[in-house]
Design a protein around this ligand. Structure first.
Ligand SMILES: *[C@@H]1O[C@H](CO)[C@@H](O)[C@H](O)[C@H]1NC(C)=O
Ligand SMILES: *[C@@H]1O[C@H](CO)[C@@H](O)[C@H](O)[C@H]1NC(C)=O
Length: 212
């Protein structure tokens, strides 16, 4: 009798641990749901989320997320999908900073999370800055072009703005350089641990012309 009780308590404890454990997922995860999906978990560097995993993956994360909320039946989403895949492929190496994710809001399994995120049109795209704590932190990115290149520009800008707000020490420094006299001065303030350092030359709106 006692042994049975202990066993039953152990099972209950196991069940509770299972139910409350965080379910942060990554590439390769197969989301729960019955509807067909527009993306392949093996072929594409896209994290596929569902009701169980959205919050644990996106909120309080060390990486930012760019998320497409789609509906599998929506014609525009279907036409957009190959472009979105190309975009995801192009930013694959950004993974330590930003990951691309999707969720199928047509699947009734995901009803709760799509409602929390106020999704009423498909596709909707949102950028979640690093350390977002809830649906309210998602920044809607409207009028995304069907061109992976312009998508890249739009999202690079989101990442840059994220950096300007958070100045995350372990992200690349997207700061504009001040006045620099010599090549040697470019390294001023760069920590000794840095092995590679890129200086991009670009023309800013205010006439400064380089960016770290
Ligand atoms: C959703 O819409 C409601 C009502 O307009 C608003 O109060 C809430 O902040 C919105 N939530 C998100 C995640 O945008
Ligand atoms: C260039 O950047 C510096 C530092 O951010 C700023 O003080 C300066 O006004 C900028 N130069 C011009 C021409 O706007």
């Amino acid at each position: 009798m006692a042994a049975q009780y202990v066993l039953r308590s152990a099972c209950l404890l196991l069940l509770l641990t299972f139910l409350t454990s965080a379910t942060k997922v990554d590439y390769g995860y197969v989301p729960v749901g019955d509807n067909p999906r527009l993306y392949d978990e093996v072929l594409e560097p896209i994290v596929q989320l569902d009701e169980d995993t959205f919050a644990d993956t996106v909120y309080n994360s060390d990486t930012a997320y760019f998320i497409e909320y789609y509906a599998d039946w929506c014609g525009y989403c279907r036409r957009f999908a190959p472009h979105f895949s190309k975009f995801a492929e192009a930013v694959r190496l950004w993974a330590p900073i930003m990951k691309v994710a999707v969720i199928n809001c047509a699947d009734s399994y995901n009803k709760g999370v799509c409602k929390d995120n106020n999704i009423t049109m498909y596709p909707t795209n949102k950028y979640f800055p690093r350390g977002s704590t809830g649906a309210k932190d998602g920044i809607e990115v409207e009028d995304l072009d069907n061109h992976p290149e312009t998508m890249l520009d739009d999202i690079a800008n989101q990442v840059k703005e994220d950096y300007m707000r958070g100045r995350h020490a372990d992200w690349p420094n997207f700061e504009w350089l001040g006045k620099t006299g010599t090549y040697g001065e470019l390294w001023t303030g760069v920590p000794d641990t840095v092995q590679h350092y890129a200086v991009l030359f670009d023309e800013s709106e205010n006439g400064n012309n380089s960016m770290k």
